[in-house]
Design a protein around this ligand. Structure first.
Ligand code: C2E
Ligand code: CA
Ligand code: CA
Length: 800
């Protein structure tokens, strides 16, 4: 072996051997680069690259062989047969370059192995042909040695071609160079060169060298060109890889339609988005066919498909992007954008926006609905009202306020309150049969919007709402009744939605002041009244400090002997600008604002101050509003004032209306009990105007009832009123409760009361409200008269 190497080294010019090796490496690199291009292209360009690869491979081996031959036995003046030399080049291309290049066309390993093996054998064939081109010497090559070399060459080349694609190119190049070197040097080593003839014939070494040089230069230039284009190719490949990566991983479906109306590009997302069958979309497919396939997939009928195709045709012709959303039968929403391309075609992107739209809808729902009842909220209601105005539609607005909701919330807890509100919403929805909008505006405030201005219809609906909300609710086994008040306004009376809401608000306020459970339509003048009220409210705030209030006293007479028994304190407000203002006007305002608490204590204080100056048996009756009785410290405050004035509690009477007694009855009953326990007397005022329930008489432990003037004044000519008056007096007597007849203006009325058995009378006939001084004077006069009467009686007895 060592001997073989030594001989080879001796027989070869080492520089040319190195040059041959370099050429072989470069040619192999060139071949494998071209080989990759064959794999990466299709059609004609693939054929071209195949030809280049075959040439590079074949000529590379040929050149390597001849450079090495040029360096072989420099002592010999070889000459070469030009035909055979050319033929050896062709053989090399045909048996080495071509079979190797052809393996690029297959993915089958056995074919690659076969191609490689043929290539390996081709190298041997080329070598033999090359050696046969030597003209002035005989070449003796032992055939036996050639066989294992051919087999080894075939094996190396087969391996080089069949290695997996990801194998580094250097390994293949090394295998190829190894095969070429093995064949050349292996066969040369066993070859005997015998000179024949003295004159060399054919082309000599220098000419061959020149030819080989040209081929080498060609190969080198090709290699250089390829190096540049390879880096471009690599860049392009990288870009393509990036592009394809981006395309595959895009969240949108993509479809590119070329100028010819055929599909140029689409991505995987498009396929998964619509679950299209593999044959449903393809490069080169006309876009109409793709839409037809989509229609089949999504279950569209012919008509819908036609519409979709027409739409697409229109969008492609526009010079701007079209956006739209498709609601699919499976519940998904797909957003489509179609961007036409200059010169024809379009880029379509598809996006599944189902989640976004759902989230959007949810946000809208939350923004426009009340989370507790699920009803539209104030914002939504205002929007609908505005829409009615914008559309110039007639509408009626019902503002609904629950009457006794706060009590439920306070006594049964917030969970019960929440349930009640929800249930109210459900009940209202049930009675709004014409699709009226029911909304919850805030707390226990609801609203209904009906698209009609018909007054009868509106009255009917409001009655139905009141009725349904007045039906008791069963909460935790307890029957609870709330009821509601309604204020109504219509678009006819209001120029804008805001004004209409104001109107309904005013009407609601009126409904509440008239007593709950009512409906009230807005009437002209309410606005002005409200204005007046708010001015009144402002004036009322400083009236007490400014000393604008006074108390007048109206006497109460025993019917039996027409003697004064006490006085009812009646407040008067002397307004600096408006003059006298009736308590009927300002007391309700004072009650609403809570000012009544302060004013009420002043009344008690003032009444105590006066009653102290009157004769002992004379008492004072003070009107008290439910607001005062509901405030916790009231009984204690009254006791303190009585004590401070040094007035015995039995000289004070509290007057309270029946309606006031019924509201918040537990709280008020407790307050009244404390007052009564301290010795203060309690009278029920205006009996006959409210519930007129005798049950209340029992429940509240009253001392006296004041029969309203409407009964007293009608009794003389209305037998029914007289009968009621009789019955009430008798029943009261049965319960041990005293009776006062109010508003007595005539002797007949006085007489009716007397006959009915009523004990006390009050009215203009007997005495108008008077100042404390006048009351005092009246008491003094009474006393003098009594003394006179007593003296007269005594002298009459003496005379007898
Ligand atoms: P009321 O408690 O029923 O008071 C009786 C009202 O009837 C008084 O009107 C009195 O002047 C009037 N009146 C008395 N006799 C006759 C009569 O023969 N014929 C007619 N037509 N009327 C008669 P006034 O003083 O205007 O009081 C009106 C209401 O204002 C009172 O009705 C009472 O509810 C309330 N009020 C008056 N003063 C006070 C007060 O100091 N505190 C509170 N909370 N309310 C008061
Ligand atoms: Ca009274
Ligand atoms: Ca009264």
């Amino acid at each position: 072996m060592v001997e073989i190497f030594l001989t080879l080294a001796k027989d070869h010019a080492i520089t040319l051997v190195v040059a041959a090796t370099v050429v072989c490496i470069v040619a192999s690199w060139l071949f494998f680069d071209l080989f990759e291009r064959v794999r990466g292209t299709v059609g004609l360009s693939r054929l071209q690259w195949l030809g280049f690869a075959a040439l590079a491979g074949g000529l590379g081996v040929w050149t390597t062989h001849f450079i090495a031959t040029l360096g072989y036995r420099p002592d010999f003046a070889f000459s070469f047969d030009p035909d055979m030399t050319a033929a050896s080049a062709l053989i090399s291309v045909a048996t080495v370059g071509l079979p190797a290049a052809l393996t690029a066309l297959t993915d089958r390993t056995w074919l690659k192995l076969l191609g490689g093996a043929v290539t390996g054998a081709g190298i041997v064939l080329m070598h033999v042909a090359g050696m046969a081109a030597l003209t002035n010497c005989g070449v003796e090559q032992p055939a036996a040695g050639a066989v294992p070399i051919a087999l080894a060459s075939a094996a190396l080349c087969a391996l080089a071609m069949a290695l997996p694609e990801r194998t580094r190119p250097g390994i293949r190049i090394a295998l190829a160079v190894a095969a070429v070197s093995l064949v050349h040097f292996g066969l040369i080593a066993g070859t005997a060169i015998v000179p024949v003839g003295s004159e060399p014939s054919g082309i000599d070494r220098s000419i061959l060298g020149f030819l080989v040089g040209i081929v080498v230069i060609c190969l080198a230039l090709s290699a250089g060109a390829l190096v540049t284009s390879s880096s471009k190719l690599a860049e392009q490949k990288q870009r393509e890889a990036l592009f394809s990566n981006a395309l595959t991983n895009m969240s949108n479906g993509l479809l590119v339609i070329g100028a010819g109306g055929r599909i140029d590009l689409f991505n995987d997302r498009l396929v998964t988005l619509f679950d299209i069958r593999p044959e449903g979309v393809a490069i080169g497919m006309p876009w109409q066919r793709y839409l037809a396939n989509l229609a089949e997939r999504l279950g569209w009928n012919e008509a819908r498909l036609g519409r979709v195709i027409d739409n697409h045709t229109q969008w492609f012709a526009l010079d701007r992007t079209t956006y739209l959303e498709h609601a699919l039968e499976d519940g998904r929403t797909i957003s489509v954008s179609c961007r036409p391309i200059m010169g024809g075609g379009a880029v379509l992107t598809y996006d599944d926006v189902t989640a976004e739209r759902q989230a959007q809808r949810e946000v809208e729902r939350l923004a426009f609905h009340d989370p507790l009842t699920g009803l539209p909220n104030r914002r939504k209601f205002a929007q609908e009202l505005e829409a009615a105005y914008e559309g110039r539609r007639a509408a009626t607005l019902f503002l609904i306020d629950l009457d006794r909701f706060k009590i439920v919330n306070d006594t049964l807890g917030h969970a019960a309150g929440d349930w009640l509100l929800t249930e109210c919403g459900v009940r209202m929805g049930r009675v709004c049969e014409r699709g009226e909008l029911v909304a919850r505006l805030a707390g226990d405030e609801f609203a209904v919007l009906s698209l009609s201005c018909d007054e009868e219809e509106a009255a009917g609906l409001s009655r139905r709402i009141i009725a349904t909300l007045s039906d008791p609710f069963l909460i935790h086994g307890r029957m609870v009744s709330v009821g509601c008040s309604i204020g109504m306004a219509s678009t006819r009376d209001a120029a804008s939605a805001d004004v209409m809401i104001q109107h309904a608000d005013l009407a609601l306020y009126k409904a509440k002041t008239l007593g709950r459970g009512r409906n009230q339509r807005y009437e002209a003048g309410m606005q002005e009244a409200a204005m007046r009220r708010s001015v009144l409210e402002a004036d009322l705030r400083g009236a007490l400090e400014r000393g604008e209030f006074t108390l007048l006293y109206q006497p109460l007479y025993r019917i039996e002997d027409r003697s004064v028994l006490g006085f009812e304190a009646l407040i008067r407000w002397q307004h600096p600008a408006r003059g006298f203002i009736s308590p009927g006007e300002f007391i309700p305002v004072a009650e609403e604002t809570g000012l009544i608490r302060e004013i009420g204590l002043w009344i008690v204080e003032e009444a105590c101050r006066h009653v102290r100056q009157w004769p002992d048996g004379i008492h004072v009756a003070v009107n008290v509003s439910p607001v005062q009785l509901r405030s916790e410290g009231f009984p204690g405050e009254v006791a303190r004032l009585l004590e401070a004035a040094g007035v015995s509690p039995d000289r004070l009477e509290i007057e309270l209306t029946e309606t006031a007694l019924v509201e918040d009855s537990e709280l008020i009953a407790a307050s009244l009990r404390t007052l009564r326990d301290s010795g203060i007397r309690v009278a029920m005022d205006d009996f006959g105007t409210g519930y007129s329930s005798l049950a209340h008489l029992r429940k509240f432990d009253l001392d006296c009832i004041k029969i309203d003037l409407s009964f007293v004044q009608t009794a003389p000519f209305d037998p029914a009123a007289a009968a009621v008056l009789h019955a009430v007096v008798q029943l009261a007597r049965g319960l041990g409760v005293g009776t006062v007849g109010e508003g007595v203006e005539t002797e007949e009325q006085f007489e009716v009361l007397r006959q009915a058995g009523c004990e006390v009378a009050q009215g203009y006939l007997l005495g108008r409200p008077m100042t404390a001084m006048q009351a005092y004077a009246l008491c003094r006069a009474e006393t003098r008269q009594n003394v006179r009467r007593a003296l007269a009686r005594r002298s009459a007895v003496a005379a007898v």
